[in-house]
Design a binder for this molecule. Sequence first.
Ligand code: PMP
Length: 373
Amino acid sequence: GAVLALALAAGTGAALCWWLLEPRKRQTGGTVRQGVLDLIGNTPLVRVASLSEETGCEIWVKAEMLNPGGSVKDRVALQIVSEALADGRLRPGGLITEGTAGSTGVSLAMVAAAYGCRCSITMPDDAAIEKANMIQAYGASVRRVRPVSIVHPEHPVNVARREAASTPGALFADQFENEANFRAHLKTGEEIWQQTQGRVHAFVSGAGTGGTVAGVSTALKARNPRVRVFLVDPPGSSLFNKVKRGVMYTSEEAEGKRLKNPFDTITEGIGINRLTANFNRALIDDAFRGTDREAVEMAAYLLRNEGLWVGSSAAMNCVGAVKAARAMGPGHTIVTLLCDGGHRHLSKFHSKEYLESMDLAPRETDRSLAFVS
Ligand code: PMP
């Protein structure tokens, strides 16, 4: 009896010692990350029960709002900056510039802070103010400019390009043309393949730079060429026409036709009227149009039925997932991204007053998806 008690006491003592000597493991439940940049990517894939039950498909979403900077753009900012640091185009302490509707600016500001670089962001003044505030909170500078076409010298992209050109050692992040963006999303696509264990029939996404749809489509089709890829395009964007009819307006034509102006859509981060290097790499089978009404109703639907609070492009992606489910028929697994959460959209997409002023306030409905046309 005494021997057994002694053995038990020794065993307990050893376990206690081990527990005390492994403080990092104990505090973090087994995972230690080296810093904020290690928290980027490897986001969970989440089943959306209500959409799945309504459509008869499995609808799964990558929770990109769980990235440390709050959006999918953390992946892109990390890839752009780490590639530039690796090949010497940027050094610690150097300046990073970008023209962006906001999310990429937040992510670049965060990555710059983590790497000890400086950051300067130019954004259109109609983008949600939350994003400008966050960029400043990370210590970056923000210039807000009147929304103008890409052919205009004061377009955020042109301002940011000039700023980098006139600053020694500065990097123009150039998310539209820099294919580090595409490369970041090869990993997003591979994550989807692993998380679904290869059982994914379709991927659907909106496009801003096109990096997401290009990287994910390339990665998934390399794994299985039969995976279908759908684009969902907001009002005022010409990517739908590009996919359906092969027609894309040049920047000058887009300007002439005034194809996209700030009043075309309230969604942020998606829709474009020029062909970018990143979008050029996308392998897209078919496209749907989405409306602002559909995006607003989907955001309300996800809140009501799932407690999921998402931004405008994420809501539009879910609209696209429902359209893909209907096009493919029941029994398919369809994946999309929740690009960001609702927090940074409180002043616009999630403002009751703003939506009412645009005649877009969501209507109280049941679980039905009748609002998706
Ligand atoms: N959603 C949000 C919130 C974004 O900022 C962006 C990027 N502009 C997108 C979607 C579109 O992604 P991509 O640029 O990869 O096409």
